[in-house]
Unconditional design. Sequence first.
Length: 329
Amino acid sequence: MATDLPYLTVLDVGHGSCAVLLETDRTVVIDAGPKSGLLEYLRELGIDTLDLVLISHADQDHIRGVLAIVATRAIAIKMIRLNSDSEKGSRVWDDLLWELNELQEAGKTTFSPALTPADNGQFDSADVKVEILAPSAYLAGKGPKASDRSGRRITTNSVSAVIKLSYRGNPVVLLTGDIDEIGLDDLIRSKNSMEAPILVFPHHGGNCGADDMGAFAAKLYDQVKPQQVLFSIGRGQYKTPIPEVVAVARQMISGVRIACTQLSEHCAASEPNVDHTHISSTFAVGREKRHCCAGSITVALASGGGAFPIWQAHQNFITSFAPNALCRR
């Protein structure tokens, strides 16, 4: 694990998304994963207060981790922001909104069902800027089930928040939630700069509803111009990332570094029967079943997007145990 604060950890939570920003005086969570992985990670670090939680959208693999924290009442949440989504009829979504409202009424959190670029400026620290690039007020206001101006149906993924982290004025990481083509087109229209050396690819590198995922990926890479592309995936679910998404990255970006939290079935038909000594000591869901590839990925923001500390060990692991590695095809 990187030791220099501030640092961001893209947690291996299986099929889901969760990233934790640690600074000297605050902890920020961006998406919370599908189960209790975030809670276990925070307990390992002895963290009992979250200063800010930002949830990109209402899919269960991004929100269940918050419900796990709220249910225990062991970790306080000072502020939480997410966008309302009337399309979501799941019990998990209803339970989360109910619990957050209860906490707010008890004076224990500040909760608002709105997260757009209009909120920028209130999430920053002295060194780290947390910038909401999407969704626009237009898309958030229309909401899922409506249609955009081109007649395309807006979905939960269309209104996914896109969040950029910058350190002392320099962009470092772009976290894209599950943004789809409608959301991406709207973000490009807004002319908000998406450039960042590290891109956490949307929807775990799976199909986000685009007719041509290769073209979607190319459009995204062209806007972000990343040096590293990270995929938060779960082995055994949906066979992510889609090969053409990785292939386009290698074609478009000279010297691109690609890493997945877990080992894709596209890269190895079976998991290696060896202990995962190549990953960091940071909590990782895939460790027990030997499903990790890069595991939880930690990057010091001051490095400006430099390679994560276990990069070489990760490359050695791929050489030994991923004969069909997408990142090397």
